[in-house]
Design a protein around this ligand. Structure first.
Ligand code: NAI
Length: 338
């Protein structure tokens, strides 16, 4: 692997210098797609996380530079880079948490489903690596279309006999981050004090914010509900259009992924009461996958929380979300089994 600390001519490292400082029970984290628009800031944020003792950065391009750069940050995690398919197994061996932002992002006019052909194969290959090298790792899947890539990952793990639904989490945190921000704007409060559950999936109408369940309890006019729902569902497109061909959300996504990854690590450490929204195998609806609040624990998504009471507007939204989700799930499953 590309370990900038092990260049020729460098003195051998003393063992203590290779370990995370402070005696924290560090976790080993791999980021697949680490040189990308999300991958780079996400790598930086995970290098800042005191729960990370080893950080593996994998991509098919540019990891030497990103790894050298990140490795100079004076935080505890030891950083190692891995480049290209032949180093995938080394990148994954021994990992506790694998975060996957590999794959093409949208350009203006594209839906997330337009990415399917390219990204489905990438996710399959990377998940085959997880099954081979770190089958007990928790996987945070970011690559779009998440509504289909999570079912793809599940099928790959089933085929290899390593599937544990608790350990496979589709990352929908950016929808929650956006919802908190936009709702706080309307309410005139600090976004840090707002929590909006967002359920369903991660594309268009499948992104279903439950404004009736916002904490602190808040009431909205019909006009506000329509505006907020529409803005939360189209937050990604807002960024894609503003970037005008240069990609989709990367910085806010890296922030969201770092937040979600940190929640997973704290839960793996044994912290209690950690609840986040995520797209997981679920029995909350008749669909095999659905995003709701989940309670995270040492084993991953240990409890899938119910939807809670919905109002009429949300019930209508739920039906639209389920219709689209069902097709995206089938498409993902069919891709692996064709
Ligand atoms: P990007 O194109 O800037 O970076 C993607 C990286 O993946 C590149 O460095 C590329 O070399 C790498 N890559 C491609 N094939 C690979 C392979 N086989 N193995 C490892 N790495 C590989 O794209 P960006 O903006 O970072 O987005 C990444 C993905 O995240 C996209 O699919 C995008 O749609 C998705 N996304 C998901 C969000 C969510 O809320 N879940 C939000 C925003 C983006």
């Amino acid at each position: 692997h590309l370990n900038p600390q092990m260049e020729e001519g460098a003195p051998a490292l003393r063992p203590a210098a290779c370990r995370a400082k402070g005696g924290a029970p560090g976790f080993k984290v791999a980021i697949l797609g680490a040189a990308g628009g999300i991958g780079q800031p996400l790598s930086m944020l995970m290098k800042m996380n005191p729960l990370v003792s080893v950080l593996h950065l994998y991509d098919v391009v540019n990891t030497p530079g990103v790894t050298a750069d990140i490795s100079h940050m004076d935080t505890g995690a030891v950083v190692r880079g891995f480049l290209g398919a032949q180093q995938l197994d080394a990148a994954l061996t021994g990992m506790d948490l694998v975060i996957i932002p590999a794959g093409l992002p949208r350009k203006p006019g594209m839906t997330r489903d337009d990415l399917f052909n390219k990204n489905a194969g990438i996710v399959r290959t990377l998940c085959e690596g997880v099954a081979r090298c770190c089958p007990d790792a928790i996987v945070n899947l970011i690559s779009n279309p998440v509504n289909s890539t999570v079912p793809i990952a599940a099928e790959v793990f089933k085929k290899s006999g390593t599937y544990n639904p608790k350990r496979l989490l589709g990352v929908t945190t950016l929808d929650v981050v956006r919802a908190n921000t936009f709702v706080a704007e309307v309410l005139g409060v600090n976004p840090r004090d707002v929590s909006v559950p967002v359920v369903g999936g991660h594309a268009g109408v499948t992104i279903l914010p439950l404004l009736s369940q916002v904490t602190p309890p808040s009431s909205f006019t019909q006009e506000e509900i329509k505006y907020l729902t529409n803005r939360i569902q189209n937050g990604g497109t807002e960024v894609v259009e503003a970037k005008a061909g240069a990609g989709s959300a990367t910085l806010s996504m890296a922030f969201a992924a770092a937040k979600f990854g940190d929640a997973c690590l704290r839960a793996m450490r044994g912290d209690a009461g950690i609840v986040e929204c995520a797209y997981v195998a679920s029995e909350v609806t008749e669909l095999p996958f659905f995003a709701t609040k989940v309670r995270l624990g040492r084993a991953g998504a240990e409890e899938i929380l119910p939807l809670g009471p919905l109002n009429e507007f949300e019930r209508v939204g739920l039906e639209a979300a389920k219709k689209e989700l069902s097709e995206s799930i089938q498409k993902g499953i069919a891709f692996v089994n064709k």
